[in-house]
Design a protein around this ligand. Sequence first.
Ligand SMILES: *Cc1c(COP(=O)(O)O)cnc(C)c1O
Length: 462
Amino acid sequence: MNDLLRNLPRVDLILSLLNDTMVRPDIVKQLVSDEIESIRKAIKRGQVTSVEATEIANTINAKLDALTSPSLKRVINATGIVLHTNFGRAVLSEKTLNHLYETTGHYNTLEYDLEHGKRGSRYAHVESLICQLTGAESALVVNNNAAAVMLVLNTLAQEKEVILSRGELVEIGGSFRVPEVMRASGCQLVEVGTTNKTHLYDFENAITDKTGLILKVHTSNYEILGFTKTVPRSELSDLAVSAGIPFYEDLGSGALIDLSTYGIKREPLVQECLMEGVDLVSFSGDKLLGASQAGIIAGKKCYIDALKKNQLLRALRIDKLSLAALEHTLRMYLQPELLKNELPTLKMLAYSAEAVLGKINHFIRHYQATLDRLPFRVFISETASQVGGGALPLETLPSYALCLSSDYPPNEVQRALRSLKIPVICTIVDDSLQFDFRTIFDDDFDALAEGLTSVFDGGFDE
Ligand SMILES: *Cc1c(COP(=O)(O)O)cnc(C)c1O
């Protein structure tokens, strides 16, 4: 052991063996000394029997490669979950990406009024557009829908009571929990009704002179079946009017077009909520809308004006990248035909099972030689794609998957696919790897075939 410790290479020696790098010398040096230190500890624990300077240099070279490559990077989503929160939710359209390059790769009109040659508002780019698309009087956008909920609650009901049905006290994606958001916004939650049934009189009885708001939360990630009752929007709206308080709905995954034409259960439309008497409605930009992360608030002008005066807005404001993508995507909604062909989220939702099967067959035909050469058995099976992980986990679409079975343990193959340069994320069903082609793009095909080749040509048994 003492020999090993004595013969540990010095930092300078390792540095001289490294590939050329442009990484800051102090960072490189730190990596090397940390590595030597961790080997020293491993020797003392008796876990190391030999030390090679070239091996240490190789380790550092690999660390430098990793250090200079982005960690937030493209993956191939073979899970079939269209709006996957962990994979960045909605995928932007190519036209929108070109627009982002054009606007944010240059100076732009973020807060500039071209007509008058003076300061403008960042919100002006989308306000009237949202009004046209939803029928709202006024609108505002913020960083995300969670921020929208906080802004509305804090502006309209700080130090006041907010009435909400017990059936709608939801948690979304682990980090957004209605009671906690309520507390953070400075509001007092008043739960009414029961988990399965809430009546209009529950709300009526809860109204006091401390009530600031009636809240409705759209529960897209779970469903209560059987003996249930919720109060229709129109009745809550009448109650809010007679009590002289606002009625706000957190719609979550807000849709602007009827998705039943895509074979998905109908989600309430933003325009319907407003028509049924909701004073304010908020929803996410990167769920069913298919744009960037944003929180969109639409409704009565007097309330939107109040939101605009809240100091919190400055902290919750949307940035130029998200705003440019949101505006561009919203403008596509003015031309529904364009939307169907251009917006990846809607395109993926619209694929029939047969269309997904067509993609798989296309892939197999194109890479027949590759697939034949590799040590696995290929077959196709029926499956069900999910619309969203956290957003709409209940909604599934009939789909098809390409399946691979081999003699290797499937979880090891799955892990190897995750460690590729362009990682492939797939599922395991009955010991086979399953690739749902609904969420695999045509321009993923080459990388998928290459990834399978490199993994099965011996890339994964370490
Ligand atoms: C998704 C969701 C949110 C959070 O929206 P983000 O845009 O992720 O911040 C809030 N409320 C509901 C009902 C949701 O579905």
